[in-house]
Design a protein. Structure first.
Length: 618
């Protein structure tokens, strides 16, 4: 904008100055010429009046023969201010009367031959610049006795009046300087007025337009000119504002469509990325960024092979099946298995479904490659979770099917026992057998009830869970397994009632997983101590075993899915701890672990204390 302003100002100032200067110069030249002409005319008119006076005096003097009076008159006239000399010559150029005594009888080098008045600037014999007024004295009837008839001698003589040219020149110079000053003042006033006009009505509106254009270019869609007036620039500003408003509407529509498309792609559970024919990533979805632990849209514009294969150039098609290369060659969908890198350089196996997409970019048809990326580890995890879920539902169903018949058997047994007692037809041994059977049936009913609680689905809303009771009943299900492994289970509950807001079946599942995890760490037997207490805000559940412990290098990975390092050399699923952590974190808690290799481990579960939460709310 400064460049435009400077350019307009410079052009305006140069153009206006040049125009005014030329105009002023022409004006001055014309004025000087006219002034000088007028001055000479005025002097000639004055000389003509003097000449008429002298001519009348001459005629009177000639008629009266008073030549000394005429000579005296010429001398007095030559003494007037501004007059250098006055002299009269005959038609031949001989000076007959002069204000200067020494000029009498001199012959002029160039006698005047014209018959009309004239004036001219010249230098006299002393080198002085003079304005000479030359006026011929015409022959008239009264003069014919001395000068003959007018037809033969039209001129009696010539009157010369020499005026000092210096005052005239000074007057012309002063007038010229004054005119030049007036012209310069006019130029300056015109420049100031023109500058104000161009600044107020041109530069300022153009500045508004430029500023608004820059703001619009930088993404400020609210930028407007808002110029008042009805001139051309104001109308241009109104047009600009209308254009900006329409542009803003269209950009908002594009942003909404872009947001919709991004949300649509993000809704796809598999990782999605779109790659152009130069291996540049054009678009990704949320699942892809989570798979590769990438920040929001930081991968767009990068090379696909850099992010997922950690290389600086495309993968060699002879060593690895590159979806981009294959689709650009054959334009057909393809399915491949690859190993991808995360941002932390860890790797994972993926299954890629890739297909071509023909689009128009930059006025040319181009092929984009759409990749659907599926994490095979999660696929395995989902399969294992589905399997465990089916087994859980099966175990719950079996427990339900056993629980109901056992209850019926107990009722029948109680009826038989009561009948025998009523008939008094029993012995002590028979009664002992009945009591033994009753106790065993009660035990079976209690176990199946615990299984039903363990396998029941989570409720839609949170419930108050008696943590100690959930721990005790879950551990009782493992008593037979503990006896077989020569493991002693000790329960230490410092507070009778500890409650948290969660799902009871999921809390029981966590207790089951942590207890079995401790059993696996003590293949030769040991002690599992399960304790619970509250610090007033948090419930802490501790599962402490005397088993093999965990190596320091394995500690960061024990909660990862499918990570299994059991001390009993049995290959586990590696899902127990990851599922337990997910359950506890869902209810605002966490699981910590402390372990010493060959000395045992302590898993601490932290859950919000419901009593504290209720106190805070009230």
């Amino acid at each position: 904008m400064n460049w435009i302003a400077n350019s307009l100002n410079r052009k305006f100032i140069l153009g206006t100055t040049s125009g005014l200067a030329i105009s002023s110069l022409v004006f001055l030249l014309l004025y000087i010429s006219l002034y000088q002409s007028e001055l000479e005319g005025e002097r000639a008119h004055t000389a003509s009046q003097v000449n008429n006076l002298l001519q009348v005096s001459l005629e009177n003097a000639m008629l009266k023969r008073d030549l000394p009076g005429l000579s005296e008159m010429v001398k007095k006239l030559g003494k007037q201010e501004g007059i250098v000399s006055v002299f009269i010559t005959n038609p031949g150029g001989e000076i007959r009367f002069s204000s200067n005594l020494g000029d009498f009888g001199k012959q002029l080098a160039n006698p005047y031959r014209a018959t009309s008045l004239t004036t001219q600037f010249l230098e006299n014999g002393d080198g002085q610049e003079i304005l000479r007024s030359i006026n011929p004295v015409h022959n008239k009837a009264p003069c014919k006795e001395c000068h003959g008839p007018a037809e033969k001698n039209p001129i009696n003589g010539i009157l010369y009046v020499d005026y000092d040219a210096v005052p005239i020149r000074n007057r012309v110079r002063d007038t010229t300087l004054m005119l030049m000053g007036a012209g310069a003042l006019i130029v300056i006033l015109n420049l100031i007025g023109g500058w104000w006009f161009i600044h107020a009505y041109i530069l300022r509106p153009v500045n508004h337009l430029t500023h608004a254009s820059k703001e619009l270019t930088n993404g400020n869609l609210e930028s407007r000119v808002s110029m008042r007036g009805t001139d051309e620039l104001s109308k241009l500003g109104d047009t600009f504002d209308l254009m900006a408003e329409r542009l803003q509407e269209k950009l908002l529509e594009l942003e909404e469509q872009k947001g919709f498309l991004q949300a649509l792609v993000d809704a796809v559970p598999d990782g999605i990325r779109i790659i152009d024919d130069e291996f540049k990533i054009v678009l990704t979805n949320k699942a892809y960024r989570e798979q590769h632990t990438l920040l929001q849209t930081t991968e767009v514009g990068n090379n696909c092979y850099t992010l997922t294969h950690n290389t600086t150039k495309p993968c060699p098609p002879t060593l690895i099946t590159c979806p981009v290369h294959e689709i650009l060659q054959h334009h057909k969908p393809i399915k491949v298995l690859h190993q991808h890198h995360r941002s932390d350089q860890s790797t994972f196996e993926v299954e890629i479904f890739a297909a071509p997409m023909e689009v128009k970019r930059g006025r040319r048809e181009t092929t984009l490659i759409v990749e659907s990326i599926r994490d095979l580890a999660k696929e395995v995890k989902y399969s294992q979770e589905q399997k465990l879920s089916e087994l859980g539902r099966l175990a719950t169903g079996v427990a339900h099917e056993i629980h109901n018949p056992l209850a019926s058997v107990k009722l029948a047994l109680d009826a038989t026992k009561n009948a025998l007692i009523a008939d008094n037809n029993y012995s002590n041994g028979v009664m002992k057998h009945f009591e033994l059977i009753d106790d065993e049936i009660n035990t079976c009913i209690e176990i199946t009830g615990k299984l039903l609680k363990l396998g029941s689905p989570p409720p839609e809303s949170l419930e108050l869970v008696d943590v100690n009771n959930a721990l005790h009943e879950t551990l009782s299900l493992l008593q037979w397994q503990a006896d077989q492994l020569h493991i002693t289970v000790e329960e230490r509950y410092k507070t009778d009632l500890l409650r948290t807001l969660a799902s009871e079946s999921e809390i029981r599942m966590v207790a089951l997983n942590l207890a079995q995890n401790a059993f696996h760490a003590m293949p030769e037997g040991g002690i599992l101590t399960v304790s619970s207490f509250s610090d007033g805000k948090t419930i802490l559940l501790q599962f402490s075993d005397t088993g093999a412990g965990i190596r320091a290098k394995d500690l960061p990975y024990i909660f990862d899915p499918f990570f299994s390092r059991r001390a009993d050399d049995v290959k586990g699923t590696g899902l127990g701890l990851s599922i337990s952590l997910a359950i506890i974190e869902k209810y605002g808690g966490t699981i910590r672990v402390e372990s010493e290799f060959s000395a045992g481990s302590v898993f601490t579960v932290e859950l919000p204390d419901a009593e504290h939460e209720l106190e805070v709310k009230t």
